[in-house]
Design a protein. Structure first.
Length: 351
């Protein structure tokens, strides 16, 4: 039978042994040193001047003084002398200075931290794999500040690579935002995880938006003039549709703001609010009533004005106006029709 226990090397009491209390006390002393082991220093080389009873140090490879020749041992002060113990693989000790748990590695001949500085994989309530080396399954994940703030950094090796956040539903991607294939920030959406559309892209040159805008911040209809709302191109107005063809649907403008046109019958200007003005300069007839067909039809009979250009006393009149034409005449003071240049204007509504 061995005289020492295989684990901690505690001395056994032997049959017919004298002074058994010595052996017993030696075993108790060793238990006191090793159970709940606490180490005051690591790689120690010089004994402290006034050690406290029970103070234990992990010695380096070449200690000096009272520790000389005890490299790699545990040195424990029993109150009167240093006791030296060889650590065994897997022994645990609390680092009083670093406030961490250490384990003895016989191969490395070192007390190593039980929590490694780097892990190849870490799965928290779920399995990690070669791609998802950090995996967390939880109702929420909190990343909080240590000081004034907190940054979550996503880095990629080169501009053509991807650094993004991917949002999935039932393991199918539907939204991705970040640096996807270049250095511009992009937002991409997909209905099925296969077909993706970039709806927003921003870089140092500007912002690109590739989908129609909607919602309470956008003009609700053609008559919506709520302050602060964005104007919709399909019934809003801007530089792109200030001039062009003026149209309407059910009394609401749907085209340009101002339309101008001309023909042999004169010129017209049409506004989005329904106003229309037609003008013409034409000569009257001295033999009969003259007719003017408007260059653009009105929705109803417009207001008419006719004036003549003459150095002699002359006047003009009109009659029989419709939504598309009017008759006019020029007269002298004797009441006879005369041929004169006449300026005509019709003002009304086109819808």
């Amino acid at each position: 039978m061995s005289e020492l226990s295989p684990g901690l090397g505690l001395p056994y009491l032997q049959p017919s042994q004298a002074q058994k209390h010595v052996t017993h006390n030696t075993a108790l002393q060793r238990l006191d040193q090793l159970v709940q082991l606490r180490l005051s220093s690591f790689d120690a080389s010089l004994p402290p001047v006034s050690p406290a009873p029970g103070e234990t140090h992990a010695l380096g490879g070449s200690p000096t003084g009272a520790w000389a020749g005890q490299g790699g041992q545990l040195a424990s002060w029993d109150g009167s002398a240093w006791q030296f113990i060889s650590p065994h693989p897997g022994w645990l000790a609390w680092d009083l200075t670093g406030a961490e748990l250490r384990v003895w590695n016989d191969t490395a001949v070192a007390w190593q931290a039980t929590a490694p500085a780097q892990l190849d994989l870490l799965g928290i309530a779920t399995a990690a794999d070669a791609v998802n080396r950090l995996a967390v399954s939880a109702p929420a994940t909190l990343l909080s500040h240590d000081g004034g703030g907190h940054q979550l950094k996503i880095n990629k090796a080169a501009d053509a690579d991807t650094a993004s956040l991917l949002f999935q539903s039932n393991w199918t991607g539907h939204a991705e935002m970040g640096l996807v294939g270049d250095t511009a920030f992009a937002l991409k959406l997909s209905p099925d995880g296969s077909n993706w559309v970039t709806v927003l892209r921003a870089d140092h040159t500007g912002l690109q938006l590739d989908v129609p805008l909607s919602g309470s911040s956008v003009q609700a209809n053609a008559a919506d003039t709520t302050p602060g709302r964005l104007m919709r191109a399909d019934y809003g107005y801007g530089p792109g549709n200030l001039l062009g063809t003026v149209t309407e649907v059910a009394g609401q403008p749907t085209g340009a703001v101002i339309e101008h046109g001309s023909s042999a019958d004169g010129d017209y200007i049409r506004w989005a609010d329904g106003t229309q003005i037609c003008t013409q300069c034409v000569s009257s007839s001295s033999g009969s009533t003259s007719n003017w067909t408007f260059p653009a039809a009105f929705a109803g009979t417009p207001q008419l004005s006719v004036s003549v250009s003459s150095t002699a006393p002359r006047f003009a009149s009109h009659n029989g106006a419709t939504a598309t034409a009017v008759s006019f005449e020029a007269w002298d003071t004797a009441g006879a029709r005369v041929a004169l240049s006449c300026d005509l204007m019709a003002v009304g509504r086109w819808f």
